[in-house]
Design a protein around this ligand. Sequence first.
Ligand code: FAD
Length: 471
Amino acid sequence: MQTELDTLIIGAGSAGLAALREVRKRTENFMIVNDGPYGTTCARVGCMPSKALIEAANAYHRRHAFDAFGITGAARLSVDVPAVLRRVRKLRDAFVAGTLKATDALGERSLAGRARLLDPNTVQVGERRLRARRIVVTTGSRPIVPAPWRALGERILTSDTLFEQESLPRRIAVVGMGALGLEIAQALSRLGVEVAGFDAARRIAGLTDEDVHAALARSVGEEFALHLGAPVELTETRDGIAVRSDQVQVVADAVVAAIGRRPNLDDLGLDTLGVELDERGMPPVDPTTMRIADLPVFLAGDANGQVPLLHEAADEGHIAGINAATGDTTCFRRRTPLAVVFCDPEVAAVGRRFAELDASRTVIGEVSFERQGRAVMAQRNHGLMRIYADRESGRLTGAEMCAPAAEHMAHLLALAIERELTAQDLLRMPFYHPVFEEGLRSALRGISSQLANGGVSDLASCDAYGVQALD
Ligand SMILES: Cc1cc2nc3c(=O)[nH]c(=O)nc-3n(C[C@H](O)[C@H](O)[C@H](O)COP(=O)(O)OP(=O)(O)OC[C@H]3O[C@@H](n4cnc5c(N)ncnc54)[C@H](O)[C@@H]3O)c2cc1C
């Protein structure tokens, strides 16, 4: 049986559902195909359950500050890990239920099954052959688990299986200290698991600014062991799984594999499109149109391997959906890069990262949160923020930070960068007292003082008091 469609969407995740919203506004002659569980990676096994786990872990961890606040009895608190995991799943189920509504109402236009491209206009799903004028591919990604590790069975956990656990073993090694691995490792450690974190890279959380990284590694390293800069080997021992890296060996009851995610493209039939694939098997995709070369095929979300973040996946689905439904291939300006890691202190990167800067054209302002007034009051005085600006114009170009409330300050900086503001423009804004943002203001002042026009006599040039209580 062959069906003729205007638009076919492959994958009902966040990108696919964003595409669906746009396609539905323009045609009724569409279908969306999804393989495996519905509900999106974000709601089912990604952003939402991971943050629910982190919130519980942080709430329990807060007891370590009680003494300093003058609150007694912290030592008598305990955590019921199975109850924590049940709450995670309960919240997860509610979030998933919300996303299911988008496809449940579609009737026959929503098809369950694995799609495979036969050519740029034809897709096979089981017995059905679907022809479409344009195709949007939003097939997402999956955790990478090296083949030899699979022999260790259920003791190799991933973000797909972690939240399904009824309880947690005593010792867990987390391999991969990028955003996902670090978030999981710290949460598990704060819930009382003996955690060791490994990464072949020298830096964690995707940071490229060595100073910010040093502050983060110092802070996180006080909570659990970090073994960086050497690849890891796993072997079965009588006592558990031996995780070996360079000179270090740790025995764990389970290992969380967080070494990255692979786009779900391997079995999709990209080779039938007639475009050259790169060494990773990826076709050329224009990030402003999401179009593959000049084909009527669009590739959006984690599947294209560009920026595997939820808001980017949603934007890309939106762009692909509009272009697929209209056939116009409009170019869209992409947003200022913004990434947050929900560890403590939070990590954020905005705009250009340190590694992308031209050092000769850049001035850097920084602030440590170790003595920042509000952070000290809250017993959250860890971290370092570094903000980058253009030396000539003072225009803000980017920032990397690990800091309390980094998620909020990063949004403020993203707004400033998006609006092409200078450090002085931002310094003219009001800063309430006492707030974490006063730390950000100190970093901006550091930039302003290095600029040729930094001393202009207006409110932007107000100096810091130089005292903890007021800055
Ligand atoms: C643990 C974890 C935490 C995260 N935390 C955050 C966070 O805090 N903030 C953030 O911004 N991002 C976070 N992310 C990333 C975010 O979840 C993803 O970027 C986003 O969900 C990607 O959406 P997508 O639509 O591209 O893919 P998905 O939601 O994975 O959708 C792809 C769909 O396509 C289906 N599919 C695959 N192959 C086929 C086929 N051949 N035929 C038909 N269907 C197919 C899949 O089964 C799936 O249903 C996190 C991810 C993880 C794993």
